[in-house]
Design a binder for this molecule. Structure first.
Ligand code: GTP
Ligand code: MG
Length: 195
């Protein structure tokens, strides 16, 4: 697919308000500040398609971007942001769970984890859920530019080794800043979005 054709469609606060559930889409999930919105921008070659921020918790809605007819990328709100009030966290967790469990259009999930702090509790929950529900999962070790390349490769191999029995779970290095891994990500999404 030509990810450069991506354009914003809508922001949904809950699953109910999402576009009709009869397309194919890939959701970008991960802890707050992991770099989900930045990765979407790197992939689509647009610096302001998805709003990014130094302040964690920037993305608070389920944002839909259309690539072509019936093919979407979805920017999810980040989880695990400490400064969000507890009640709001619980509410968000519920909407996120609802979307992940009930969205028929979901073809796969891209899980972004900061390469310097890989696989925290919520990341592991998503991994476990993907294994149990047979949902394809592609993990991006993001901000790879923050580590020396040898150290980054070690982190990659360690995680690859951890998920090696699970065929539907894949891992790659990624940097929105340096555009590392953008082509690899695009190829992967192509396989899920049916082209
Ligand atoms: P929420 O919307 O809060 O869940 O965050 P997010 O996961 O969408 O993160 P976002 O893309 O807004 O990026 C968070 C911060 O990390 C911003 O300051 C980005 O500039 C920075 N960042 C994102 N990707 C990279 C990267 O590959 N390398 C470096 N060095 N910084 C990055
Ligand atoms: Mg975001």
């Amino acid at each position: 697919l030509n990810y450069r054709k991506a354009h914003f469609v809508t922001s949904a606060p809950t699953l109910k308000q999402c576009p009709p559930d009869n397309a194919l889409e890939v959701a970008f999930a991960g802890r707050s500040n992991a770099g989900k919105s930045s990765a979407l921008n790197a992939l689509t070659g647009s610096s302001k398609l998805a709003r990014t921020s130094k302040t964690p918790g920037r993305t608070q809605l389920i944002n839909f971007f259309e690539i072509e007819e019936n093919r979407y990328l979805v920017d999810l709100p980040g989880y695990g942001y400490a400064k969000v009030p507890e009640a709001m966290k619980i509410k968000w967790q519920k909407h996120l769970d609802d979307y992940l469990t009930n969205r028929e259009s979901l073809a796969g999930v891209v899980l972004l984890v900061d390469i310097r702090h890989p696989m925290k509790e919520f990341d592991r929950m998503i991994l476990q859920w993907s294994i149990e529900s047979h949902m394809p999962l592609h993990i991006l070790l993001t901000k790879a530019d923050k580590l020396k390349s040898g150290v980054g490769k070690q982190a990659l191999n360690k995680l690859k080794n951890e998920v090696k029995e699970h065929d539907q779970v894949t891992v790659q290095l990624f940097s929105s800043l340096k555009k590392t891994g953008v082509t690899e990500l695009a190829h992967h999404l192509d396989t899920w979005l049916g082209v």
